[in-house]
Design a protein around this ligand. Structure first.
Ligand SMILES: [Zn+2]
Length: 380
């Protein structure tokens, strides 16, 4: 399967086949009777598959998501090939999100998966920070998000003026105009209007979606490089902020997550695309350096520690994004670089920071999982 379908969510491929089948059997009845919710969801799901299949070849290349989005059932199947790392317990945020996802019926899960993929594409390919961005379901994080991106642009020595920070909001799914723009990115023009109308219809006819406010729809953040659809940007999901708040990390959420996602931009700028856990642990380290640094947020030891716990909360037990222990160690290493350097006001050049981290990161792999590093390398 091409990378782009995987982008939508873990259930996508297998459920897509089921959706296509449902469609085929539904066609004779659809002409006579009004569409049922099941038919609407199946049609929308197919529209979103067609949209993703119609995107330009590099649209999703190297776009990096914070977590594997938690959608029910099929996810475990897609990961079964590797199996979880023995002795590892996934982070608290993933546990929480998986619990939310497990409460959905198959129909709700399918609707949520399609709409999450659609809203992700809207924020990646249509939104622009030329329009004011509102962070958090009630705009409560807008000030912090703006302050963080401003600080980051001055902190790291990479081209920064053209890195957009955009808000990923489930409520954008309620706008037929926005959804028509989104479907236009890849769907056949003749189908765009109906698909956009169907997206907003499903949003309100499946109650659990809460008109776009179900946190699972936007429970993520991502960083996109130049050359991908929409260009360089960091997107921050309202659902992620709500969930991090529920877990008690609210006072560090916005700064930590944007600091991490901006860390991917640091790697992108130097064309550093490691094929191992350091691709996620690196941005954790750069983010830690930023929040602890005198020219960053200069957070104190207690707050720095909270950041490392947040890093751990999004660790998984597969060789993809780093385990909780690995991510915590990477964040703490970055913070230590800031607090132990001779001149607290000096910011290490980003290229030097990348080199330093690439040298140290094998040592940050806890002993219990160290033998697995060879397996990860073989996968790369
Ligand atoms: Zn990341």
């Amino acid at each position: 399967m091409p990378d782009r379908t995987r982008f939508l969510g873990k259930t996508f491929v297998a459920a897509g086949a089921a959706a296509a089948l449902a469609l085929a059997t539904a066609i004779p009845a659809a002409a006579a009777a009004p569409a049922t919710v099941e038919q609407d969801v199946a049609q929308l799901y197919q529209d979103v598959i067609d949209l993703y299949d119609g995107l330009p070849a590099d649209a999703l290349r190297n776009v990096d998501r914070l977590i594997d989005s938690p959608v029910p059932r099929v996810g475990q199947r897609s990961r079964a090939a590797d199996g979880p790392i023995p002795g590892c317990t996934e982070g608290s945020l993933l546990t929480y999100a998986n619990k939310l996802a497990a409460q959905l019926t198959p129909l709700e899960g399918q609707a949520l998966d399609a709409l999450s993929g659609l809203s992700q594409l809207y924020v990646q390919g249509v939104t622009s920070d030329k329009a004011p961005q509102v962070f958090g379901t009630d705009g409560q994080y807008t000030g912090r998000a703006t302050a963080t991106i401003d600080k980051l642009r001055g902190f790291w020595d990479i081209e920064s003026w053209n890195i957009q920070l955009v808000a990923w909001k489930g409520t954008d799914l309620g706008s037929q105009a926005k959804m028509a723009q989104t479907f236009s990115l890849g769907l056949a023009p003749a189908k765009v209007k109906a698909a956009a109308a169907l997206a907003t219809k499903v949003l309100y006819e499946v109650p659990v979606l809460q008109g776009g406010r179900n946190p699972l729809i936007t429970l993520n953040a991502f960083s996109a490089p130049a050359g991908s659809l929409g260009g360089k940007r960091v997107a921050l999901g309202d659902g992620l902020l709500d969930t991090v708040n529920a877990l008690g990390f609210d006072d560090v959420s916005v700064e930590s997550v944007i600091g991490h996602e901006y860390g991917h931009q640091v790697d992108f700028a130097h064309e550093n695309y490691p094929r191992n856990e350091s691709s996620e642990m690196g941005p954790d380290a750069y983010g830690g350096y930023f929040v602890a640094h005198a020219k960053g947020f200069a957070w104190n030891a207690r707050t720095q520690q909270e950041v490392t716990y947040l890093d751990a909360s999004i660790g998984d037990c597969y060789h993809s994004h780093g385990t909780p222990d690995q991510r915590k160690a990477a964040g703490a290493w970055g913070e230590k670089q800031a607090t132990t350097q001779a001149n607290p006001n000096r910011v290490i050049p980003s290229a030097t920071m990348i080199d330093k981290f690439q040298k140290v990161y094998p040592k940050l792999m806890p002993p219990a999982t160290a033998p697995q590093a060879a397996v990860a390398a073989a996968h790369g």
